[in-house]
Design a protein around this ligand. Structure first.
Ligand code: GLU
Length: 491
């Protein structure tokens, strides 16, 4: 088995394309075959510089390593269509010679006029086959004059064409519905519709996985294979990924590209895991699959005929599951850069990353959740003295004031260079023992004083260790003042 992923370098990697790459990869790997990467860059107008690099980087980052491709080589190269330009003409000429194609000398002006009329009459734009039956003499004369021409496919005017797709079964269309599409442009460049057939054949591709937007072109490909006397590959047209019942996953909403989701803090493994399930069912309850497990489980019989709806909530939940299975070191590797980006103090190394990351891990679903979770690090968020009144913790403003005042000297005694979580805990335990209260009665006011938030990654002791001695003392002193003022006002 030989499969290929054949992206066009037109920008970032759409999730739909990435999923095609994934299925193509899984199919090859599952069957011990080769996964080929081919860059389809014949449409120079849509070419975006840097996009080929994006394709490489994305596939590599996701672990979809190709066996043959532009950078790797292989015996069917080159693997970039623009570098294969010379050979398409030969095949187009072969078709002209055997009656499968013809030269069309229609000028741009004539085509524009034809399309204008078709539009005015409300008919779909197509070619009227004006040059299809030029005589050999007429053609020779035009060639002699140096008239520019394209080569068009000569689709039979009658009968039907049938092709088989692994998901949709046999599809038959009347040939009258197919147009004489351009195979080779006047500059000698092939169209996508021609190049893919030539390349899939020459590269001995056995299975083609592609988006179902290509279903309508498949009969024309089938006819091309027939004209050449070649065997077509097995086709697997996969359904689109939708945002909802009626809308495609669009660039506009920032939710279409692999990069969008990486930026939001999804792990590449999760994106791969989740999109694998969009349109393919592993046939069990399990939804968590590593790439290796996907290879093991993949089977084209699980591919669906109906469009899949992308559910970010679901992908988020899967990301959370992955995050929780990371080792603390792995999590810290992902989390630290986000924390540094979100906080000046963290960027300046003024926080205890070990304590912070340990506290963040169970609260993080996607990495960008961290931004809000660490918003207290640079300074305490604005809060109200009334928040010290907490029924569950049995704290009042008065009890909180006492708790803070009692804790303060225990923290002040500590060495700022040894302000570790264990030591802070030990010191605060002394305050708790001195007051003879429950832990929460002291730790809750400290948490609020240090963050201005009711919910934080880690409790009072962790927050002290995270922000360090100087900040912990300063914030507790500010809270004491705030409480004294509020209590005074109450009186
Ligand atoms: N270059 C085409 C695309 O990016 C590939 C389609 C195919 O797989 O044949 O959509």
């Amino acid at each position: 088995m030989r499969t290929r992923f054949a992206p066009s370098p037109t920008g970032f990697m759409h999730l739909g394309n990435l999923r095609t790459a994934l299925y193509t990869y899984l199919l090859a790997k599952k069957n011990g075959g080769s996964f080929v990467l081919r860059i389809e860059d014949t449409d120079r107008e849509r070419f975006v510089s840097g996009a080929t690099e994006t394709i490489y980087n994305t596939l590599r980052y996701c672990g979809l390593d190709w066996d043959e491709g532009p950078d790797k080589g292989g015996k069917f190269g080159p693997y970039v269509q623009s570098e294969r330009q010379g050979l398409y003409k030969k095949y187009a000429e072969q078709l002209v010679a055997n009656g499968g194609a013809y030269r069309c000398f229609c000028t741009t002006e004539r085509m524009n006029e034809l399309h204008r009329q078709q539009k005015a009459n409300g008919i779909a734009l197509s070619y009227d086959r004006h040059c299809r039956d030029l005589t050999a003499d007429e053609t020779a004369k035009l060639l002699e004059e140096g008239a520019p021409y394209v080569i068009r496919q000569k689709v039979p005017l009658e009968g039907t064409t049938t092709f088989k797709d692994e998901i949709y079964g046999e599809i038959t269309v009347p040939n009258a519905d197919l147009d004489d599409q351009i195979l080779l442009k006047s500059d000698g460049m092939p169209t996508y519709n021609f190049a893919n057939v030539i390349d899939d054949h020459l590269m001995e591709i056995t299975h083609v996985v592609r988006g179902c937007e290509y279903l309508s072109s498949a009969p024309k490909y089938e006819l091309l294979y027939k004209s050449f006397g070649w065997t077509p590959p097995v086709y697997i047209h996969v359904q689109q990924i939708m945002r909802d019942e009626t809308h495609k996953l669009s660039k506009r909403d920032g939710d279409a590209y692999f990069e969008d989701f990486l930026k939001k803090g999804y792990l590449a493994e999760v994106i791969i895991n989740y999109i694998a399930l969009l349109g393919w069912s592993p046939g069990g309850e399990n939804e968590i699959f590593s790439l290796l497990e996907l290879i093991e489980a993949f089977d084209i019989s699980g591919l669906s005929k109906s469009p899949a709806i992308f559910d970010e909530v679901k992908m988020r939940a899967i990301n959370g599951i992955y995050i929780r299975t990371l080792t603390p070191e792995e999590f810290q590797g992902y989390a630290e850069p986000v924390v540094r980006e979100a906080s000046r103090k963290a960027a300046a190394e003024c926080v205890d990353f070990d304590v912070l990351c340990k506290a963040l891990q169970p609260r993080t679903e996607i990495l960008n959740d961290i931004i809000e979770l660490v918003d207290f690090i640079d300074e305490t968020l604005p809060y109200d003295a009334e928040w010290f009144v907490n029924k569950k913790m049995k704290t009042t403003k008065e009890s909180s004031l006492i708790a803070l005042k009692t804790s303060l000297p225990y923290l002040e005694q500590m060495d700022k260079n040894n302000f570790t979580l264990e030591r802070v805990q030990a010191q605060l335990s002394k305050a708790i023992a001195e007051l003879n209260v429950k832990n929460g009665s002291v730790l809750w006011p400290i948490r609020l004083a240090l963050s201005g938030k009711m919910s934080t990654p880690g409790g009072g002791a962790e927050l002290c260790a995270i922000v360090g001695k100087a900040q912990a003392i300063k914030r507790i002193e500010q809270a004491i003042l705030k409480l004294e003022e509020a209590i005074q006002k109450d009186d």
